[in-house]
Write a protein that binds this ligand. Structure first.
Ligand SMILES: [Ca+2]
Ligand SMILES: [Ca+2]
Length: 394
């Protein structure tokens, strides 16, 4: 076997040597014989049927005889050009111009559509409180694939990346930008508007271009969120694996007063299908409902489910300054995140358990009466949650 390989390699070497030699020989010959007059590349237009023989009669070489125009691409001795131009059958002789690729310095940004309020934002009643509370001053960490930092309908206050090999928290997937838009797309003239358009978005990149991330990256992202004074951590991802390290990190964050919100998972309709980190008791597990307040079949079910929120056919911002409609508990989670931002802009002293209590009490009960494994305490209601949020004690 080994000998065969060596022989093969030697054979390859011989072949390569022959090819290299041929190239050398082929390329060197024209230079060695570069005595005949240099020919000029032209395109000769004809009034009627193109005539290759005419080109050759002037000492020219025919390169292409075209099929859809009356023309021949040729190389001509310079002296032949004037003579050909005078030939009654020739319409024109022009230089064979060079064309180059024309790269744009920047691709033109997509045209921005006029602003619409997505159905999910409308459903929660969030617009009812915007005259007083928009989430202004509340720091929200979006643990995701990053956020499109140049999106005209988003304002990214800061961030960090923990994805190995990535250099910035800009979004190279689109998912994180979609989530960010549901939370806080700007209330301007374009695109969409988020639940809390005044909230400060922080792009904490813990998922790669394919939308996956190691628990080690996610934990690093939570550490960054604690260090940088984040008040809410939004987690639109899940795993069936229970990580002791991740749970411990989340307990620390919760103890520091950070509200933790996560997607319940898209593993329904079976019972006990909530994924981690939503399944941890410190985290608000959010399931998905549609426009008619019916739980999506794929929305994960289980006793840990705390709330439901719009998650079917949700229109939001997307990478590259664009917009897209997506479905998933990934889309439901940021609706709750946005409502928490509205509540904290009314009262920043509110502790996570107080926030949860108000959300549970004010949710619209759906399905079987009371808290159930399909809807949790019900579909969130921003309007009543903010109304029920007490003003700060001081
Ligand atoms: Ca907008
Ligand atoms: Ca219920």
């Amino acid at each position: 076997m080994e000998n065969l390989k060596i022989e093969d390699r030697q054979g390859v070497k011989k072949v390569l040597a022959v090819i290299l030699l041929s190239i050398f020989v082929l390329s060197i010959i024209p230079f060695a014989e570069a005595t005949p007059p240099e020919k000029v590349a032209v395109i000769v237009g004809f009034k009627r049927e193109p005539n290759p023989q005419l080109i050759r009669s002037y000492g020219g070489e025919v390169n292409y005889v075209y099929r859809y125009i009356l023309a021949i691409a040729a190389s001509l001795p310079p002296s032949a050009i004037d003579a050909l131009k005078k030939n009654p059958n020739v319409a024109y002789v022009e230089p064979d111009y060079e064309a180059h690729i024309i790269p744009l310095a920047k691709p033109a940004p997509p045209t921005q559509p006029l602003e619409t309020t997505p159905w999910g934002v409308e459903k929660t009643g969030a617009p009812n409180v915007w005259s007083e509370y928009t989430g202004a001053g509340v720091k929200v960490a979006v643990l995701d694939t990053g956020i499109d930092v140049k999106h005209p309908d988003l304002k990214v206050a800061g961030g960090a990346t923990f994805v190995t090999g990535s250099k910035s928290y800009n979004d190279d997937n689109g998912h994180g930008t979609h989530v960010a838009g549901i939370i806080a797309a700007l209330d301007n003239e374009i695109g969409v508007v988020g639940v809390a358009p005044g909230a400060s978005l922080y792009a904490v990149k813990v998922l790669n271009k394919q939308g996956s991330g190691f628990i080690s990256w996610i934990i690093a992202g939570i550490e960054w969120s604690i260090d940088n004074g984040m008040q809410i951590i939004s987690m639109s991802f899940g795993s069936t694996a229970d990580s002791t390290a991740l749970h411990e990190e989340l307990r620390v964050a919760y103890g520091k007063g950070i509200v933790l919100v996560a997607a319940a998972g898209n593993n329904g309709p079976g019972e006990n299908t909530i994924t981690y980190p939503a399944k941890y008791p410190e985290v608000i597990a959010v399931g998905a409902t549609d426009e008619n307040d019916v739980a999506a079949e794929w929305s994960s079910r289980g006793s840990e489910l705390e709330l439901t929120a719009p998650g079917v056919n949700i229109y939001s911002t997307y990478k590259g300054g664009s917009y897209r409609a997506l479905s998933g508990t990934s889309m439901a989670c940021p609706h709750v995140t946005g409502i928490v931002a509205l509540m904290l802009s009314k009262n920043p002293e509110l502790q996570p358990d107080e926030v949860r209590g108000i959300l549970q009490e004010t949710a619209k009960d759906l399905g079987s009466p009371g808290c159930d494994s399909t809807y949790g305490y019900g579909r969130v209601d921003a309007s009543t949650a903010v109304t029920e949020t007490p003003t700060p004690s001081t």
